[in-house]
Design a binder for this molecule. Structure first.
Ligand code: NAD
Length: 430
């Protein structure tokens, strides 16, 4: 942490302790606040009470263990709401099959919070950290809270939107050292409580309406996803022209209007957020009579990108009966999250084409087994090398130490040694 927190401490409850909720709760406790974490999954709350993180994220176990006296986890809302001043809602907002956002977890959580507010005598702040489309807090959440609490927003309880921008893999650092904090507020008191809570964070604080705050989150994710698909489209062109994509983007990024970050071509974006948020905004746009053409192309480019790996492999061998090694299953390094991982499309296509898959990931194998129980999982990266070809799907640092001599490698993450040593080497975009 790069600052000393002198802000007034408050009692905080967190609803939903997944990737965002656990990091949020742990970091607020690290800053000196008392935190009660609530989840419907008792396995997760039990772990937190033992000082163990329910998800893998750098530094999280240490923070939970070192701040055990300020953290308590429970499956009951009533204790949490009664004993806190502000509740951060961090439940999932997945995409439904029709590409509309699924608000059922938000609805259940908000209903339960409302019922607890009914029993409470003092003012309480409800903060929405989950990613929700603009208008959701004001038009959906507010009325649910009022209905179930029998109280008026603004007077008897407060409502704010405080979207989260953390990146898995470096989530603790991102939470504690954000580029900006966005506070959308319904009432001034809610704004002031959050400003005080975040007082010592050395970054700009955007104070705005609930809907603007919600939209800032979507537009940020849509822009980043666009940058990745753009980079991959250019990367595919550079590959065919035998031009080094990374060198091109180094030159491009020096323009201060453009910025060098997020110009890494490869297999495309995965994870729980980009695809879901871009699709949700496309659907919202359609509902209001707008055709989000650029955003649709972002998704189309991204869907095809992992298949480039298979195309390149097929240049070197037919897949039927071959033993193909996969290095990396998580959607990015330093996480155990496999949601929308590029490795899913790659493994699925290999199996459909008759290949036998051998896979390794330092953190994500247990999660991957829930989708693909039929492939072989090995306990070290070295064992993956004993195959007809090796596909690098996630850029874990330890893959840089492997000896790729004599191997056929199709690389989605530009592993330096593989590029230098492999007998046959193909980079996806280079
Ligand atoms: P997650 O699926 O990891 O965690 C959600 C948690 O909520 C789960 O533990 C689940 O058991 C719990 N839950 C569901 N219903 C509940 C209920 N009624 N009461 C209590 N707990 C309940 O999700 P996540 O990745 O942490 O994302 C949460 C939100 O934050 C989403 O809206 C997401 O879009 C947004 N977000 C995620 C990230 C990220 O990198 N994961 C970053 C920024 C924003």
């Amino acid at each position: 942490m790069i600052f000393k927190s002198n802000s007034k401490k408050i009692n905080i409850s967190i609803i939903g302790v997944g990737y965002v909720g656990t990091v949020t709760g742990a970091c607020f406790a690290k800053l000196g606040n008392n935190v009660i974490m609530v989840d419907i999954d008792k396995e997760k709350t039990d772990k937190i009470n033992q000082g163990i993180s329910p998800i893998y994220e750098k530094d999280l176990d240490d923070i939970l263990a070192n701040n055990k006296d300020r953290i308590r986890a429970d499956t009951s809302y009533s204790f949490a709401i009664k004993n806190s001043d502000a509740t951060f809602v961090c439940v999932g907002t997945p995409l439904k099959k029709d590409n509309n956002i699924d608000l059922s977890f938000i609805e259940t959580a908000t209903t339960a919070i409302g019922r607890c507010l009914k029993e409470k005598d003092t003012w309480h702040l409800v903060v929405i950290k989950s990613t929700v489309l603009p208008g959701t807090a004001e038009n959906f959440i507010l009325s649910l809270l009022e209905k179930h609490s029998g109280k008026k927003a603004g007077n008897e309880f407060g409502l704010a939107s405080n979207p989260e921008f953390l990146r898995e893999g470096i989530a603790v650092k991102d939470f504690l050292e954000p580029d900006r904090i966005v506070i959308g507020f319904y009432d001034d008191k809610s704004r002031d409580v959050l400003i005080e809570l975040y007082k010592d964070f050395p970054c700009p604080i955007v104070k705005t309406t609930l809907s603007v705050a919600e939209m800032i989150k979507y537009v940020s994710n849509c822009f980043l996803a666009t940058k990745i698909s753009f980079t991959n489209e250019i990367g595919n062109i550079c590959k065919k022209l035998d031009i080094d994509t990374d060198e091109v983007f180094k030159g491009v990024g020096l323009d201060h209007r453009i910025n060098p970050a997020f110009f890494k071509s490869g297999l495309g974006f995965g994870g729980s957020c980009f695809s879901k948020d871009v699709r949700a905004l496309i659907t919202k746009a359609k509902d209001i009579g707008e055709n989000a053409k650029i955003l649709q192309s972002v998704i189309d480019v991204n869907e095809k990108q992992p298949l480039k790996m298979i195309e390149l492999l097929e240049k070197h061998m037919s897949l039927e009966g071959k033993k193909i090694g996969i290095l990396g299953l998580a959607f990015k390094p330093n996480t155990d999250d496999i949601r929308d991982s590029r490795a899913i499309t790659v493994v699925d296509t290999l199996i459909k084409n008759g290949a036998k898959v051998v896979a390794y990931d330092p953190k994500a194998m247990e999660n991957f087994k829930k989708i693909f129980s039929q492939i072989e999982y090995v306990s070290s990266a070295e064992e993956v090398l004993d195959t007809d070809a090796v596909l690098v799907a996630t850029g874990w640092e330890e893959f840089e130490d492997l000896d790729f001599t004599d191997k056929v490698v199709i690389d989605g993450r530009r592993i330096e040694r593989a590029e230098k040593e492999a007998a046959k080497y193909e980079g996806v975009c280079w």
